[in-house]
Every structure is written in C-alpha cells, then in structure tokens.
Design a protein around this ligand. Structure first.
Ligand SMILES: C[C@@H](NC(=O)[C@@H](C)NC(=O)CCCC[C@H](NC(=O)C[NH3+])C(=O)[O-])C(=O)O
Length: 351
C-alpha cells in the first residue's frame, strides 16, 4: 500500500507538546524514498542555549538491542550459534536454567529478572551511583540471577535488559572478539554509519551531540544533566551512540536484507503481540508497531538517562523515521514523542 505523505506539521506539534511536557528539545528525521525531512525544536544544551538540530548524536538506549541482534543473527547464519540451543552452550558461566535458549533471550521470554528494576528504583540516586561505574557482563547477570525468574523459559514475554547483556557476553565468548569490534566491522563500516559508535566505557560523546537531562522522581527538583556516563549498566543492551540519519539507514538496510540473511531476517521480523490491542509486538531484537493507517513499522525504542528514542521503518524500508527527546523519567514525554510515528507514517496531524 502507498503510504500517506508524512505530516511535518504533525511532527512539529508532537515535538512542541513534548517540550511543553518537560523535554528541553526534540528532533525527528524522516527518510522517504529520496525525500529527507529534518525537524528540530528547543535546545540541545539548555545551559548554553544551543538550539537542537536533527543531525546531533545522542544515546540510543535499547535501540542498541537491534544492533546486538544483527551481530548475533550473522553468527547464526555462519553456523556458529544455534537459535534453539541452550544459551548455556555458549556461555562461560551457566545461567540457572538450562531450558533458556538463545531465542528466548532475543524475544524477552527467558524469565531472567531485569536488574535495572532495582538499580534505578530511585531514578537520580540510582543513576549517580552507576554513571561512572564499569561492570563486567557477569556482574550484571549475577545481579539478575540473585532474583527468582519472572517465569519459566518460553512461558511469556517479559522485557529484560538482562537478556541482551547475556547475548553480548555470548557474542564475545563465542568469537573472542569484543562487541565494539563486531558492531564496527559487521554494521558501522559496511553501512558507513559515521555518526554511530560504541565507546563503552568512555563517558563522553564526540562531534555534534545533544545533551540529555534526566528528570528527578521529585518533579519539583531541577533536571539533572546526564549526558556523560559509561552506560556500563547496559552495554550490549543500551550503550550505542548514533544519530537520526544513521538510525534510519540502519533499519532500512536491515529490513532490505543488507545486514542479515533472509532466513534470519524472517526470524527477526516474526512479531508476537505483546499488548492487549495487539498494536505492539516483539520479534527478535525488534519491536513492531501497528499504526492507525494499518501499516506495521519495525524498529526499536530506547530509554537511557536523558534520552528517549523511537527508530522505525516500514517492512520494505522505503520510509524510516528516528525521533528523540532529550529528557527521561517522564512517561508523558515518552508517550507524546511516540506520536511522531503516526505523523511520519500515517500523515496524522494532532492539531
Ligand atoms: C524501555 C526501553 N529500554 C531501554 O532503552 C533500556 C536500555 N533502558 C531501561 O531499561 C531504562 C533504565 C532506566 C531509565 C531511567 N528510569 C528510571 O530510573 C525509573 N526509575 C530514566 O528514565 O532515565 C526500551 O526498550 O524501549
């Protein structure tokens, strides 16, 4: 089906509402065939007063999970990892349940507890406690397995960062090559993603970037500048830095078969509904969103201190959108920002 034209007034209305709800700034880039739309509102740096622009780099949070999945699925195609084998076959230290398969990890059905629930129970103190810390994968996994599982392997979808930390360890243990090198050689270089990097445990962003501001649980307190951190608490589950142009190119290339072989791409894009009205679903390291105009878009969302991200593409990769607001711990902003999907893919204008 041909898509409606994007509504740029709709995108701008969403970005302005996100700012009214507390985001210092927001940006959206839409790539639709040869057309490029770049929209930015508010500030990239609220102290210096620097205006936001759509090319600035930012922390993409869980969008990193799709990058990790691409590396993993390339290893599956190379016959080095079997999706339905026990994860323990590929790990230096066994998970508590041999029944957890690689596929369970990729689809958030392992039952492994998400250690960030405890780590960030109190948002700003939790962040301050870890922002300069460096964790090993195993330390994070141990934080998770100190808790009972949320269910039996395969029983239900339960989103957990632990799954993609285990996958990061699995990739490094199986290949002996650091995940940073794998991202670089298997994704960043082949696609020419010059604005995308994985610099863990370095805390600084380079080039032109947006600063991020996390809101305190006590919303009467000022925003906290959370731009510099190791993101070691997330690593292969959330530490990639990118920009809207590179994210659009990544997801369009992914669904166009330029990153993983057809059999593996089919597995990634096999979506299972995860909410009551079946508008949200999860495949392998990929989220699906069914929009009001009937189109399903594929990609991922991201939440890391100071940054909310939506990055999605159509099944044929002909239209991609990446959108970011530079605040977090603000559910209203996160939900409002999701309105860019309707504007970009369905031409919806809330005004
Ligand atoms: C949900 C999202 N997941 C991710 O992007 C991963 C990497 N982030 C998280 O799990 C949230 C960590 C806490 C953020 C903090 N929240 C708190 O501290 C809450 N007490 C904040 O909002 O800055 C996704 O998959 O879309």
């Amino acid at each position: 089906p041909t898509l409606p034209q994007p509504s740029l007034t709709g995108v701008l209305a969403v970005q302005k509402q996100a700012m009214a709800d507390g985001a210092p700034g927001a940006l959206t880039r839409i790539d639709s065939g040869s057309a490029v739309y770049r929209l930015a509102s508010g500030k990239a740096d609220r102290t210096a007063g620097t205006p936001m622009d759509a090319d600035r780099r930012f922390r993409v949070g869980s969008v990193s999970k799709s990058f990790t999945t691409v590396v993993l699925m390339q290893l599956v195609a190379e016959g080095r990892i079997d999706l339905d084998a026990p994860a323990n076959d590929y790990l230096p230290q066994a998970l508590p349940d041999d029944g957890i398969t690689v596929r369970h990890l990729l689809s958030h059905r392992s039952g492994l507890w998400d250690y960030t629930n405890d780590m960030f129970y109190h948002t700003v103190p939790g962040f301050e406690a870890v922002r300069n810390k460096v964790f090993t994968y195993q330390e994070l996994i141990d934080l998770s397995t100190a808790h009972a599982p949320t269910g039996r392997p395969g029983a239900a979808y339960s989103y957990s960062n632990t799954n993609f930390v285990v996958l990061g360890l699995m990739i490094e243990h199986t290949t002996g090559v650091p995940i940073a090198t794998q991202y670089q050689q298997r994704i960043f270089e082949p696609l020419g993603l010059k604005n995308t990097s994985y610099v863990h445990p370095r805390t600084t962003l380079t080039g032109s970037y947006a600063r991020g501001y996390v809101r305190d649980d006590d919303t009467t307190l000022p925003l906290v500048d959370s731009t510099e951190q190791t993101v070691s608490w997330a690593q292969s589950a959330g530490a990639v830095i990118s920009n809207s142009s590179d994210l659009n190119r990544f997801f369009a290339a992914l669904v166009s078969g330029r990153l993983v072989a057809p059999a593996q791409l089919r597995e990634m894009m096999s979506l299972v509904p995860v909410n009551a009205d079946q508008t949200q679903s999860y495949g392998l390291g990929l989220r699906g969103r069914k929009l009001s105009c009937g189109v399903t878009v594929y990609g991922h969302t991201g939440t890391v201190q100071g940054y909310y991200t939506y990055a999605f593409t159509t099944a044929d990769g002909r239209r991609s959108m990446a959108s970011m607001a530079n605040t977090s711990n603000n559910g209203t902003v996160n939900t409002v920002l999701g309105g860019t999907l309707e504007a970009a893919f369905c031409g919806t204008d809330p005004t």
